[in-house]
Design a protein around this ligand. Structure first.
Ligand SMILES: C[S@@+](CC[C@H](N)C(=O)[O-])C[C@H]1O[C@@H](n2cnc3c(N)ncnc32)[C@H](O)[C@@H]1O
Length: 203
């Protein structure tokens, strides 16, 4: 299994292959999250651990994507950071566990990424997102599944901290955020199931 995992991880480190596999197994998330942000009338977006920048398309508003993978950020800038309408899209190399921005955003999202971090780091990331955000923090991630096909794919993932919604909620509460709603998104053939937890600040 270790060899298979390493082989798969090398593939996932290539932005084009990552996007190809994502499109097959888990397409439709951009449209789903775009609809959700429209529903909540979200404005400017901070996207934490933005990867290859796929989700800069969820908003017509100002967008900043941060990720610690320099190759991914270079890819994002080449693909989405051009002129015209795309001028609103910016990408910066940054460690999610030590985030510093010169401004605040209406909404902060973390998409398909919290399973890469242990609990304490997730709480610290959520706390920074809360402080950088005016209004909403949105946590979108795969939740554990019992069927053997899903378990096979989850085991190949680079992240190992898949959490139930209840487990996510307890970390969200530790960061001083309040859950307003939970939605679900099912990927191709139901292999991946994602929860989307929509949070606001306390008070
Ligand atoms: C599964 S990818 C998800 C990327 C993107 N959000 C998406 O859904 O396409 C997880 C991302 O977390 C990033 N990541 C992991 N640890 C990080 C850290 N400490 N700081 C910033 N990014 C990190 C990885 O580089 C990777 O791009």
């Amino acid at each position: 299994m270790a060899d298979r995992r390493n082989f798969f991880h090398d593939i996932l480190n290539n932005p084009r292959l990552f996007l190809f596999i994502r499109a097959i197994l888990d397409g439709g998330q951009v449209r789903y999250l775009k609809g959700l942000l429209e529903e909540y009338r979200a404005g400017s977006i901070l996207d934490v651990a933005c990867g290859c920048g796929t989700f800069c398309r969820i908003t017509p508003h100002e967008y900043l994507g941060v990720d610690y993978n320099e190759a991914f950020i270079s890819f994002c800038r080449r693909k989405y950071g051009g002129g015209g309408r795309e001028r609103k899209k910016r990408f910066v190399v940054m460690d999610a566990t030590d985030m510093k921005t010169d401004r605040r955003f209406d909404t902060a999202v973390i998409i398909n990424s919290i399973h890469h971090f242990p609990d304490d780091e997730v709480v610290s990331i959520f706390t920074s997102m809360r402080d950088i955000t005016e209004r909403l923090v949105i946590v979108h991630d795969a939740v554990p599944r019992k069927n053997p096909v899903s378990r096979f794919f989850y085991r190949l993932d680079r992240g190992t901290h898949f959490r139930t919604v209840e487990e996510q909620k307890s970390l969200i509460a530790r960061a001083g955020l309040v859950v307003q709603d939970v939605r679900y998104f099912k990927g191709t053939a139901g292999i991946y199931l994602h929860s989307t937890v929509i949070c606001t600040k306390k008070g």
